[in-house]
Ligand binder design. Structure first.
Ligand code: ARG
Length: 366
C-alpha cells in the first residue's frame, strides 16, 4: 500500500495507529484501521457481540446502542473505504475487530454502523429558566466535579464514566497523591453541601505533559467506587474522532474558580458562555504569539470580560451538538483572566481521545 496522502478528504494514514478502532464524525460511525487506512464498518453481519468488542477496545465495559446509517448520509471523508465483519468467524473468535474484517469497496447493505459505548451528554434535570447572574443551578452542569486536595477545592473535572474524571495534568502533577484527593459531584455550593466526597483510587497524567509550556495538559482520576448517576450527576460525552467544532461556536465553561483575577475560589458554581476561537487567531502576535499548539483550543473574547480563571482548571469546556453535550476542552491556562487579547486556553479533547481510550482500556484489562 502506498502512502497515498491527499486524496481529497480521505483519512489516509501511513503511520501505524495505537488504537485500531474509533468512533468518528458527527454521527459516530465505527471505523477500523486496516491495511493502512481508516475504513468505515458496513452494517451487514454486524451483531451486538461485535459492538461489545468494539467498545471493549475503546475501554468501555460494553456498548449502549448500535444503529445503522445510510452511506450517502455520511460525511464524505468516511465514504471511501469500508470493511465488513468476516461472517465465517464465530463470536468467540472475534476478540479484536481489526482482526475480524474484510475490506470492501462498498457496503452491500448500503448502510454503515454507528456506535455508542456510554450514555452521556444529556441534562434531564435541567429546564432552562433565567439564571441569576452567572450562578449555575443544580443539574445544569451535571458532569462538573470539584477536585479537592486535603479538603480544599483546587480544580475542576468532568465526569466521563461512573469511574473516571477528566482533568488537567497541572492540577495533579505536583500533588500526585491519590489518597489526599477527594471528589464532589452533583453540587452547586461548596460550603453547605450535603454531597458526599468520593475517594480517588488512582491518578494518571499524560506522560508527555510539559509543565513549562503546558503541553498535553490532561489527566484522569479514577474513583474508588463508581458514581451513581441521577439528575444532578451525569457524564459528559467525549467528542468523536475527526469531529470538528467550528470557530465562533458558542460553548460553555463552568467551575468554582475565582470570579475576578487574583480573587479567591467561588463558593458557588459559575458558568460562562464562550465562543471558540481559531488557533490561527489565538496564535496571533497580539494574542498568544505562537504558544498555542494544535492540541489546545482557545475560547472567549478578544475584548475580554468573560473567561475561566484560577480554580476552574481541569474543568469542562462543553458544546452542544444536536441535543448532546460534548467535552471539547479541559480548562488549562490563560494570562490573567478575562483580559483583552488573552482568552482562555483549553486542552483540546479530540487530540487526546486515543490517550483516554488507552488508559480506560488498560484499566479494564487489569
Ligand atoms: N490555570 C488555572 C487554574 O489552575 C486556570 C486558568 C484559566 N485561565 C484563564 N484565563 N482562562 O485554575
Amino acid at each position: 500500500m502506498s502512502t497515498d496522502v491527499g486524496s481529497a478528504g480521505h483519512s489516509r494514514t501511513a503511520a501505524p495507529v495505537s488504537r485500531p478502532v474509533r468512533v468518528s464524525g458527527q454521527h459516530g460511525v465505527l471505523q477500523v484501521f486496516t491495511a493502512a487506512v481508516w475504513r468505515t464498518m458496513c452494517s451487514e453481519d454486524w451483531k451486538g457481540h461485535h459492538a461489545n468488542v468494539a467498545c471493549g477496545q475503546l475501554g468501555f465495559p460494553s456498548y449502549v446502542s448500535s444503529d445503522t446509517l445510510r452511506v450517502d448520509l455520511l460525511e464524505e471523508q468516511f465514504q471511501g473505504d469500508f470493511v465488513s465483519i468476516n461472517h465465517l468467524l464465530s463470536d468467540d473468535k472475534v476478540t479484536a475487530l481489526h482482526h475480524a474484517v474484510y475490506m470492501r469497496e462498498e457496503c452491500a447493505s448500503g448502510r454503515v454502523v454507528t456506535l455508542k459505548c456510554t450514555a452521556c451528554g444529556l441534562r434531564t434535570g435541567y429546564s432552562a429558566r433565567i439564571v441569576g447572574g452567572n450562578m449555575s443551578s443544580l443539574a445544569q452542569w451535571p458532569w462538573q466535579a470539584s477536585l479537592q486536595f486535603q479538603g480544599y477545592h483546587l480544580c475542576g473535572g468532568s465526569i466521563i464514566t461512573p469511574l473516571w474524571i477528566v482533568t488537567a495534568a497541572h492540577c495533579v502533577y505536583d500533588l500526585y497523591l491519590p489518597k489526599s484527593w477527594t471528589i464532589q459531584v452533583g453540587l452547586v455550593s461548596l460550603l453547605d453541601s450535603p454531597a458526599p466526597s468520593y475517594l480517588v483510587e488512582k491518578i494518571i497524567y499524560h506522560s508527555k505533559y510539559k509543565p513549562k509550556r503546558l503541553g498535553n495538559d490532561i489527566a484522569l482520576m479514577k474513583l474508588a467506587v463508581p458514581l451513581t448517576f441521577n439528575e444532578m450527576t451525569q457524564p459528559i460525552c467525549l467528542p468523536n474522532s475527526e469531529e470538528n467544532f467550528p470557530d465562533g461556536k458558542m460553548c460553555w465553561t463552568s467551575g468554582w474558580g475565582s470570579t475576578e483575577e487574583g480573587g479567591d475560589a467561588s463558593p458557588v458554581l459559575n458558568h460562562a458562555a464562550v465562543p471558540l476561537i481559531s488557533n490561527k487567531i489565538c496564535n496571533h502576535r497580539d494574542v498568544y504569539g505562537g504558544i498555542i499548539s494544535p492540541s489546545m483550543v482557545c475560547a472567549g473574547y478578544l475584548k475580554g470580560g468573560v473567561d475561566s480563571c484560577q480554580g476552574d482548571s481541569g474543568g469542562p469546556l462543553v458544546c452542544q451538538e444536536r441535543r448532546l453535550w460534548k467535552l471539547v476542552g479541559a480548562t488549562s491556562f490563560g494570562i490573567g483572566c478575562a483580559d483583552v487579547n488573552k482568552p482562555g486556553v483549553y486542552t483540546r479533547i479530540t487530540s487526546f481521545l486515543d490517550w483516554i481510550h488507552e488508559q480506560l482500556e488498560r484499566d479494564l484489562k487489569t
